[in-house]
Design a protein around this ligand. Sequence first.
Ligand SMILES: Cc1ncc(COP(=O)(O)O)c(C=O)c1O
Length: 386
Amino acid sequence: MFDTSERMKKLPPYLFAEIDRKKKELIAQGHQVISFGVGDPDLPTPERIVEAMRRAVQDPSVHRYPFGKGRADFRKAIAEYYKKYSDVELDYENEICVLIGSKEGIAHFPFVFVNPGDLTLVPEPGYPVYQIGTILAGGMPHFMPLREENNFLPDLGKIPDSVAEKAKIMYLNYPNNPTAATADIDFLKETISFCKKHNIIILYDAAYHEIYFENKRPVSFLSIPGAKDIGIEIHSLSKTYNMTGWRIGWACGNERLVSALSTLKENIDSGTFEAIQIAGIECLLGPQDDVKKMRNIYQKRRDILVEGLRKIGFNVKIPMATFYLWLAVNSDSLSFAEKLLSEAKIIVTPGIGFGPSGQGYVRFALTIDEEKIKEAIMRMRELFRR
Ligand SMILES: Cc1ncc(COP(=O)(O)O)c(C=O)c1O
């Protein structure tokens, strides 16, 4: 009776539905399911941030519509944070806009710059919102495969000139979900000059920038000369401070891109709850020991999983950032994930769900504790011994 719009019909199918159904069935049957599925931190938000929120929420002045690009003090804190950790200068008045989580900004951005029929350059495997935002805005994604032989970076030489000429936005995400790859300076420089040549905006998704190992901090996109001429970076407090439920992020970089996104948002939302923004100041300017601790926890989990998988016989590449492990399984990724679920009661995400180049891989999220990881390895050892 109520037929959905043509744009809704163009959305890709939800590939994980069958696994989700099976998971619920197994839990209902009383099985102890171990889930490496969702990239949602299991650790709590640090107490100093919860306390800042507790204090902030008591002030009635924050109970009203937030409006605009976000609180000036939070935007100043963001600018200070970029200066301190990435040596990037940001003008807090014009180059930063607060978001209701980075997903919101990523999904809305193409509405600002994509006309029906325009192309965007979308990495695959990748976070699905790049193509979904493009499709909802009437554009068409042109996929850039991320292959292991190219360190999971897009091969710019393979983008036809005719596509580059019509492309409005290139999406990049490093440290990368789902491959856990990081981008090097040379690649970023090359991509910036490619996009400048073809007049393409870069939307750089830095959601996992702070999740890295062995003190190897990823390169900051905005620190590369020329990045701000064509780029907007989308960042988030979700992963760094275990705040996925709070819904807060920001867009920063090129003034024109930031201000156009902010204009769109003024028309469709009324901003991020100010108490959360005040807690956000504590996130960025308070002591960062909890972030360091969290990195160590993920690193330990990573090491346990890597060692366990290697002992079983998998060829594992050690992830240097994000809380994901992208495992080549040398078989159909969906069948592999289904076998793990039905025979070992372990959930992993089939790589094919992130795009065709994810075929042959599965993704483990390190968002469960060490004991569960060890138990999962025991179950897998048993399964693959058969
Ligand atoms: C690559 C990437 N970008 C953005 C997000 C969205 O994060 P949030 O909306 O919580 O800021 C996620 C969440 O999983 C992600 O994996």
